[in-house]
Ligand binder design. Structure first.
Ligand code: ADP
Ligand code: MG
Length: 468
């Protein structure tokens, strides 16, 4: 999926405010009615409708009128919210080239202000290749759009939590830097996926290291569940790093033995084919004979469950999250059980409208409240970022100029939207009246409106934002 971060330069604080309003509305609605967006965004004089039009133009929102008139975030819109929040936090200042396409993710380089390059993984559950994709869609039913975003967020949180915990226990994994929504930022692994490696100096040592990792994980109570040549990185010194953790399960999972054996088998097969290591045929019995490499036996590993629980919950990943995501990410090994899945994750754990948890996600709105500013001081850095983003336009020059341009583009570009605009205008009049007349309570229950005052934090943010 193309991630054109240049568009970020043209998005105003109102654009982000409305985008976030749609995100919030999606906690309770598959499609968020425009009246609700208006209420949550609470822009003056019905300004939300103009913004909605702009967001549609950039494909950050999708409009659907099949059941009722409403909006939902696209993955691109979700990307932008996550990226903006992480930039806001100072995690990185620029997005670079795409370095990986996974089964359910896109991976990009991102750069910190000091030039350090990190990896950003954007989870995209539902994109392709679930083996049991049909039944998953069936279970998701009419809510599938919302749930893909929700599940992607859960996958990112899980990946982040596991990576952090594993790192703390000395496993060779990337350094988990930060996580927001469906996005995980981690250190960039210098190396290549094992699948790309044709020759090794010491295939035996690498093999033993890798199998040792599977066993070591089990001793820590975990099974990777997708442990193969695509998820093992190797550098020029043949140092191994494992990646990709959203599907990990506990050794107490009902299918633990099967997942463990499958991970082991993948590695044995790959090394046998690619590096001609010779192994005995797979057998369930350990006959203790003299073959060089016996497959490790799950039942004879001393396992310690709950070992990482503390670390995992410290990252905000709960047992409930694990249950929910586990129901979803089970690679079609078992037949899907349809009805069993039905009770799952109706709206995710945060379905109460405007509750405390919602407020947590408002950090993106803090950003919206920042006055935009042109930063001419850091020319050198800006140029560097410019290059990194492959940007054709100068950054930071927003406000009047840009919005005029946008208006022009809107007026010329979108004939398709004519009918929608007609309807939106009608709704706008109704909604403006509604907002003036009542429903004050909702906005007053939301503290986001008041966030983002002039704290010292803000000046830092402004600095970081100057590159966008
Ligand atoms: P998926 O879950 O979609 O399979 P992965 O986490 O396996 O995604 O990442 C896909 C590819 O992106 C990897 O095979 C690898 O080439 C690249 N990649 C992922 N994480 C990193 C990283 N931290 N550093 C460098 N490359 C990475
Ligand atoms: Mg992978």
């Amino acid at each position: 999926m193309k991630l054109d971060v240049d568009v970020l330069r043209y998005l105003s604080k109102d654009d982000f405010r409305v985008l976030t309003a749609v995100e919030m509305g999606m906690r309770n609605h598959e499609l968020v009615p425009s009246e609700l967006v208006v209420r949550i965004a609470s822009l003056k004089h019905g300004g939300t409708y103009k913004v909605l039009k702009n967001l549609l133009k950039y494909k950050l929102l999708h409009h659907d009128s099949s059941k009722y008139d409403g909006f939902r975030l696209t993955y691109l819109g979700y990307d932008f919210l996550a990226i903006k929040t992480l930039v806001n936090r100072g995690v990185f200042v620029a997005v670079g080239r795409q370095i990986g396409v996974g089964k359910e993710s896109d991976i990009f380089e991102v750069a910190k202000e000091d030039g350090t390059v990190l990896a950003m993984k954007l989870h995209r559950l539902g994109r392709t290749s679930f083996r049991a994709v049909k039944s998953k869609r069936d279970y998701l039913g009419h809510r599938n759009n919302y749930n893909w975003l929700y599940l992607s967020r859960l996958a990112a949180l899980k990946e982040f939590a596991f990576m952090k915990a594993l790192e703390e226990h000395g496993f060779p994994v990337p350094n988990a830097v930060d996580c927001n929504r469906h996005c995980v930022v981690m250190s960039l692994v210098q190396g290549y996926p094992l699948v790309q490696v044709k020759q090794l100096q010491n295939p035996d040592i690498v093999f033993e290291t890798i199998i040792g990792l599977v066993v070591h994980l089990a001793e820590h109570g975990l099974i990777h569940c997708d442990f193969n040549e695509f998820n093992i990185m190797i550098d020029d010194d043949e140092k191994v790093t494992m990646i990709d953790f959203p599907q990990m399960v506990s050794v107490s999972h009902r299918n633990a033995q099967m997942y463990f054996d499958r991970d082991v088998e993948c590695i044995f097969k790959f090394f046998s084919k690619r590096f001609n290591l010779s192994f005995q045929e797979h057998t369930d019995e350990i006959d203790g004979d003299t073959e060089e490499y016996d497959r490790p036996c799950f039942s004879s590993i001393e396992k310690c469950t709950g070992f990482l629980d503390k670390e995992l919950s410290a990252s905000g990943f709960t047992g409930k999250d694990q249950d929910e995501i586990e129901k979803f990410i089970e690679e079609g090994i078992e037949k899907d059980t349809g009805s069993e899945d039905e009770g799952m994750a109706d709206e995710g754990p945060n379905s109460d409208e405007f509750d405390e948890t919602n407020i947590k996600e408002f950090d993106s709105l803090q950003l919206l409240e920042q006055p935009e500013r042109v930063n001419c001081d850091e020319k050198g850095k800006a140029e560097e970022r410019q290059q990194f983003c492959e940007a054709g336009q100068s950054s930071g020059r927003e406000t009047q100029d840009t919005s005029d341009k946008e208006e022009e583009a809107n007026e010329t570009g979108n004939e398709d939207d004519a009918e929608l605009m007609h309807r939106l205008n009608k709704q706008r009049r109704r909604a403006v009246a509604a907002v003036h007349g009542r429903r004050k309570t909702l906005t007053s229950r939301n503290s986001y409106k008041d966030k983002g005052g002039k704290s010292s934090h803000n000046s830092k943010i402004q600095k970081q934002l100057s590159g966008w």
